[in-house]
Design a protein around this ligand. Structure first.
Ligand code: CP
Ligand code: NVA
Length: 298
């Protein structure tokens, strides 16, 4: 049984296989596409909000021949205290696969173990694996192999998105620099375990110097709303703007997983100047989800 739970545990060959298949899937959209999910029904169980992940999986599952049901976790008995382990054993007897967005990574893992159906992590507090696979595809589509390149992540370096970048860097041999205040850097155990060419610094300028890509995410991730004021204060100087971008390579890409908060993690002008890349990145969520679903069901 295959699952996509974390990049941390995804073998390099699987990452490369998924990344290599996105191009063809994107090019052949709507043209006699294979239907590996034919006769299948997939459940999407979301405890947190979503635009891109929800729409890309719903459209992707349908385009691969499957049916999909979106389940807001709060409308399920799950929201009234039914345990994950029971929800998993019920759904596992009815649907063919599950896409889950929630807080605790352990909930997705428990669901995968007990449901015995292919399970995808659509974002937890620990990782956002589908996003980073898309981001790497988008980088490579524009600039060729990411191996040997430099990616700089600026902002909240301890949330799910940079943590998935850490595991991708270790597997795919590119340099990852994280520019964040000390308390928003990934914990040292995660970095030591990942063993990649990864550095963390509070010095945003040195992190961006000569880089091939500058990436950011929101400063206040879902579930962190009570820390909003403190985060805005502490992360205020970690903004991507035109002055910062002058330090990167002249053709450096700016990427953002979205949603974007202009004037916070990125300024309006830099966002709009890079909108083509950022919305191609968003579109590529669809093609990458289809590659993930195809791999999971093969
Ligand atoms: N980037 C991303 O996962 O967006 P959503 O929260 O809208 O799904
Ligand atoms: N780090 C963000 C990602 C949103 C796609 C969050 O968890 O809210």
């Amino acid at each position: 049984m295959k699952h996509l739970l974390k990049l941390e545990r995804m073998p390099k060959e699987v990452m490369l296989h998924i990344l290599a298949s996105v191009k063809g899937i994107k090019a052949n959209r709507g043209a006699n596409e294979p239907k590996p999910l034919n006769s299948q029904t997939w459940a999407m169980i979301f405890t947190k909000s979503s635009t891109r992940t929800r729409v890309s999986f719903e459209v992707g599952i349908r385009e691969l021949g499957g049916s999909v049901m979106f389940l807001n976790a709060n409308d399920m008995q799950l929201g009234r205290g039914e345990p994950i382990k029971d929800t998993a054993r019920v759904l596992g007897r009815m649907v063919h696969g599950a896409v889950i967005r929630t807080y605790a990574q352990s909930d997705v893992e428990e669901f995968a173990n007990l449901s015995k159906i292919p399970t995808i992590n659509a974002l937890t507090d620990d990782e956002h694996p589908c996003q980073i696979l898309t981001d790497i595809f988008t980088f490579e589509e524009a600039r060729g192999p990411i191996q040997g390149k430099v990616v700089t992540y600026v902002g909240d370096g301890a949330c799910n998105v940079p943590l998935s970048w850490v595991h991708a860097a270790a597997a795919l041999d590119f340099e990852l620099r994280i520019a964040a205040p000390k308390e928003f850097q990934p914990n040292s155990e995660i970095l030591a375990k990942a063993k990649g060419n990864i550095s963390c610094t509070e010095d945003i300028k040195s992190a961006v110097d000569g880089t091939d890509m500058v990436y950011t995410d929101v400063w206040v991730s879902m579930g962190m709303e009570s820390e909003e004021e403190e985060r805005l204060n502490k992360l205020g100087s970690y903004q991507i703007n035109s002055e910062l971008m002058r330090l990167a390579k002249p053709d450096a890409l700016v990427m953002h997983c979205l949603p974007a908060y202009r004037g916070k993690e990125i300024d309006e002008d830099t966002f709009e100047a890079n909108a083509e890349t950022i919305f191609t990145q968003a579109e590529n969520r669809l093609h990458t989800q289809k590659a993930i679903l195809t791999w999971l069901t093969s």
